[in-house]
Ligand binder design. Structure first.
Ligand SMILES: Cc1cc2nc3c(=O)[nH]c(=O)nc-3n(C[C@H](O)[C@H](O)[C@H](O)COP(=O)(O)O)c2cc1C
Length: 278
């Protein structure tokens, strides 16, 4: 065994030779060995998705030193019902009014740690969650953002009005049209320097959607912050100096906080997403 193959191990005494792992391997990195047990066919094809590990009925497989004993337990009863997920989706709202309070830090920690489980293309798992967790941190970000706008000097390019005018108003204590007065924000980004990332934008968007769901399930209000994306496109250096997000970094931002508004009902959509069975 060399370093390339040591990450996949089978406990021969436990393995019942069911073949589930070999059949579930998406890229055929596994084969059935001469002894009827799984073996690596091509280590380079393994994307470490751990499906073989998860499907094994007897916990005979270890990956990268992880054994079945450490794996999260499947609890069917803990899954939300189809009705509750459907109901949430029909009444969920983008909330743009936040209470003057921080979200509980322990809940935020749990949510962000849980997001390590979101799916990513080819299991690249190359996401970063840059989090401004509370009002203090968010206010520092706001201040440095306004400062960056005000000290922006680029003889060739004027700041767009949609950016400069509300920023000046905000500095003077006016409405925060950019970040909606949120107590926190998470910027979810993908590593553009990692050649193994095949679907950076999709990975980011999926993580945002899961963040929205988990955060709202914890009683937080959330709103997608498309505004920062516009800033990256129009004046990327502003984002670079305030948050380290480069002009080439795929990212999206989510605002969050405790809700400052309560909706009484869902909305009535004029049209539903087009469903086209073939
Ligand atoms: C990718 C994306 C970007 C968005 N950007 C913003 C934004 O910058 N500011 C904002 O107030 N709402 C933003 N939204 C929220 C949408 O405006 C909102 O989802 C839509 O109006 C429907 O309202 P609902 O989410 O309450 O159903 C964004 C939503 C998505 C999915």
């Amino acid at each position: 065994m060399n370093e390339q193959t040591e990450f996949f191990k089978v406990d021969g005494a436990k393995c019942v030779k069911c073949g589930f792992c070999v059949r579930d391997c998406a890229f055929k990195a596994l084969k059935t060995g001469d002894d009827g047990r799984p073996a690596l066919a091509d280590a380079a094809k393994c994307m470490r998705c751990q499906h073989c590990f998860a499907v094994c009925p007897v916990g005979a497989i270890s990956i990268d030193g992880h054994t079945a004993a450490e794996a999260p337990v499947l609890r069917d009863l803990a899954l939300p019902s189809a009705e509750s997920v459907e109901n949430w989706l029909s009444v969920r709202r983008s909330i743009r009014r936040f209470a003057d309070a921080d979200v509980p830090r322990d809940k935020l920690d749990r949510i962000l740690r849980s997001l390590g489980n979101v799916p990513t293309g080819c299991n690249a798992r190359s996401l970063t969650f840059t989090c401004y967790p509370d009002r203090e941190s968010m206010d520092r970000f706001r201040a440095s953002f306004i400062h960056a706008i005000e000290s922006h000097r680029d003889g060739t390019k004027l700041l767009p009005r949609w950016l400069a005018v509300p920023a000046i108003r905000m500095r003077k204590g006016g409405e925060d049209l950019f970040f909606r007065g949120a107590s926190g924000m998470v910027i979810i980004s993908s590593d553009e320097t990692n050649a193994e990332v095949t679907t950076p934008r999709e990975d980011v968007a999926a993580a945002c959607a899961y963040f929205e769901m988990l955060a709202q399930a914890n009683g937080f209000a959330t709103c997608w912050c498309g505004f920062l994306k516009l800033v990256q496109e129009a004046v990327p250096e502003l984002l670079e100096v305030t948050s380290g997000i480069r002009r080439t970094t795929p990212f999206y931002a989510m605002l969050f906080g405790m809700p400052g508004i309560r909706y009484q009902r869902g909305v009535v959509r004029e049209s539903y997403a087009k469903v086209d069975y073939r």
